[in-house]
Design a protein around this ligand. Sequence first.
Ligand SMILES: Nc1ncnc2c1ncn2[C@@H]1O[C@H](COP(=O)(O)OP(=O)(O)O)[C@@H](O)[C@H]1O
Ligand SMILES: [Mg+2]
Length: 1079
Amino acid sequence: MEVKTSLLDNMIGVGDMVLLEPLSEDSFIENLRNRFDHNEIYTYIGSVVISMNPYRSLPIYTPDKVEEYRNRNFYELSPHIYALADEAYRSLRDQDKDQCILITGESGAGKTEASKLVMSYVAAVCGKGQEVNKVKEQLLQSNPVLEAFGNAKTVRNDNSSRFGKYMDIEFDFKGDPLGGVISNYLLEKSRVVKQPRGERNFHVFYQLLSGASDDTLKKLKLDRDFSKYNYLSLDSAVVNGLDDAANFRTVRNAMQIVGFMEDEVQSVLELVAAVLKLGNIEFKPESRCNGIDESRIKDKNDLKEMCELLGTEQSVLERAFSYRTVEAKLEKVSTTLNVAQAYYARDALAKNLYSRLFSWLVTRINESIKAQTKARHKVMGVLDIYGFEIFEENSFEQFIINYCNEKLQQIFIELTLREEQEEYIREGIEWTNIEYFNNAIICDLIENHQNGILAMLDEECLRPGTVTDETFLDKLNTICAEHQHFESRLSKNSKFITDHSLPHNCFRIQHYAGKVLYRAEGFVDKNNDLLYRDLSQAMYKANHSLMKQLFPEGNPAKVNLKRPPTAGFQFRASVGTLMRNLQTKNPNYIRCIKPNDKKASHIFTDSLVCHQVRYLGLMENVRVRRAGYAFRQAYESCLERYKMLCKRTWPHWRGPAREGVEVLMADLKVPADEFSYGRSKIFIRNPRTLFFLEERRRQCLQDLATLIQKIYRGWKCRSNFLLLKKSQIVVAAWYRRYAQHNRYQKIKSATTVVQSYTRGWQARKLLRELKYQKRCVEAVTTISAFWHGTQVRREYRKFFRANAGKKIYDFTIQRIMQKYFLGLKNTMPSMSPVDKSWPAKPYRFLDGVHTELRRTFHLWRCKKYRSQFTEEKKAVYEEKLEASEIFKDKKALYASSVSQPFMGDYLEISKNPKYQKLNSAVDEKVLLADVVNKINRANGKGTARIFLLTKKSVVLADQKTGQVKASVPLPDLTSVSVSTQSDGFFALKLKEGSASAVKGDFLLSSEHLIEIITKLHRTGATAEDSEQLNIDISDEFLVQFKHDKVCVKFIQGAPKNGNSVSCKRKNNRLLEVSVPTTA
Ligand SMILES: Nc1ncnc2c1ncn2[C@@H]1O[C@H](COP(=O)(O)OP(=O)(O)O)[C@@H](O)[C@H]1O
Ligand SMILES: [Mg+2]
């Protein structure tokens, strides 16, 4: 078998007791001593580690060592606690089994150190990372804090744990720590108030006094001098090798890392200080008249300072130390305390204050280190509980501690010795039974629910009537007398009546680890663990931040008359829970042995070691191990683990697992006596066989890893290659396409050029030919035309000469005329008489015709236009035409009249009833009726008159009355004068000598001047006997006024009164009319 390293290499003695030859107690101890002398403090019994306390630091816990043991097989290297830790951690991480590390041994055997080593190893090998490191650091730093408050120097150990501690470290599936939970078991609180000779109070008191700054001490009202405090024993205040001051700093630092707030630390220190102060309170008796002594506080200074620290009222506490209130049902009775009772109350308060503070610390630490995730986690529990203790005087605490150790031994027996043997029987392996001492009977003596010592103690405590430690002992003596492991002088068992080593007030128990003599004194009290309610209420009322949490029962609102569970009951319950918890986990044992009682290195006391070896049952352990098999595994998991070692089982074995394992073992040629086949498991006798299998497996795994690697690499290269190849093809395809495309483009353009040249050349050639052909055809045609012409001329010459010219001329003219008329037809102007357009003349010789046609067309279209009119409209137009003939370009007013229709009767004379009379006065048809201004001859002012024109006469009538003022027959009118301007003045000149002329000519003005004159002119022209009426248009004319002739003169001037025309008589001869320029 090829092995690189083994625990057999360089072995001092034997590393595994299983290999010890010959096996006897002597050789066992000799082997331990031999190894111890060579600094080999660890030895195996199979998978159990025996650890000897070296009492000096050995260079075997370095980081190099950690690396050495990391991921190595258990039997591969020389025995070490790291090997066990590694095994447990790997089993937890890889096989998903919860683990517990059970560390047992006497006080001072090195349990606490061992637990720290395990934790530090696990911390070193498990995952890394910022978060993980923080968790690790917090888990590790919880130790110094708990040790400061829970450890003390005892005669056996300078750093003895005075509490039990079980810590669950939680890991995630990767094996990284997530957090932890600490459970603490029964702190030995009696130590707070009293320490056995040579021992100290808890470390923290000394650390605080030596390490805290002056400032802090002043705040806490403390003095650096230990001797000032009653609770601190002086005989070993300074311990060799313990630097309290430095440790204080370590603790402060650790508290900070764990996550204590500054004010929390302060509160904790305040309580520690308060406990010290409390110890200094002393009482004196004060006689009362009823003869009973009542206690009084001697010096109130300490009380005062303590009350300041706790924030309590001094008087409340003072009273609580002098009186005690007992509540029974509805009654409240207050009794005084004597001095002894007062001291009892003081110490009870100190003990409770301290132990509750300790529990609070554990809870607080748990809060900090608890796992943050709820994900399923694996657990590694580390149990470091106070070791078995035998002191000169053993009391309730030792009883409890030893009970706990008893239980642990029980679990060890259960899981190693009994379980192992039972398994062989179960599996049908040939087996000779090994005798061993089973301590279940002792456990039963202590914890039996009916007649166990704890049950009886509880019974006594709860019993009414006087209860003392003596009555308790009596009870034990009667009930346990017959028990093999119980000894008492007063028991009915006559064996001990003469045993003088057994005092009357004591009882002795034969523990698995030896006989222990317990003094019954104090059992009842300690089990009761009474704190007077007055005190707890006083504490609850205190103004301190922690007090309400520490003394919840002091809350007056929650007064509970029921007794709290006794200390023994609580402990038994928590130990029960712990045991159940441990049983669910895979156990790993570290059995600590102390080599001497002097805490000295290099001393190996045979008798002491022998004693421990015996009670720890180590010999039996070896025997069972030797007789049995070092290792067992279910066939399935065995096959699963080693199937790669045999070709037939790799990679799959199809068939029952057992047969597979048989094939495997046969194939590996493992000697037949090295293993046995059980019903469901294979049992391997020797660790070396297992190691051989493991080693082969490791190699095989390496080969497999190489194979996997090879295949993976091959696959990776191949897929890479295929990818490259594929890419190459794609690239090549694209490139080829590109190249071909380019080539094609080049050839194509070259072809096009060549083609174009060829085509051009061919086309030119063709063109030349065609041109030539065309010319030939033309030439031929011309020649033939000429020829034909010549021919025809020659033939027809005789007919042609005389009339051809005239015919051609006529024909040509005819053609031209035809074209002209047809053209004219298409370019005819519109039918509007005012359209002046006319097509351009085409030929000079058609000039006359063209002009005549234009005139004819115009006349025709005018006629056409006129023919559309009705008679009335025609008359209107005729009138308008006449007006134009008379006034156009002669009078400025004309232009504005063109657009005005001539309405004639503006007054609607025949219809309007107002003019009825006037209408009847005129018998002719009224041609025109309008209102005019008659200009006064004298001053030129105007008067409104109705002007009527009939066929025969002109009538002027009053506008208002309609009375005829003047009627002038038309023949009497000779002429009418008007100006050239835009005014409406007109003078009607009368025939001289006529009847109408008597008053003179009329000078009138009208807006409808043009119409009036035109109508007058027309009527005059049509009247039978009248002459042609003259229209005289000039800016100066004479008017006959009665006898004088007055000149009416029109001047253009700036308008003076608006835009109206003004008329003024200037003198006898002149009437001036000024007409605005714009008018
Ligand atoms: N492995 C070790 N290496 C060096 N010293 C050790 C070792 N184990 C224990 N000790 C010493 O023994 C003392 C008591 O050990 P400890 O673990 O406190 O005992 P226990 O917890 O069993 O009562 C420690 O303070 C330490 O000085
Ligand atoms: Mg310890």
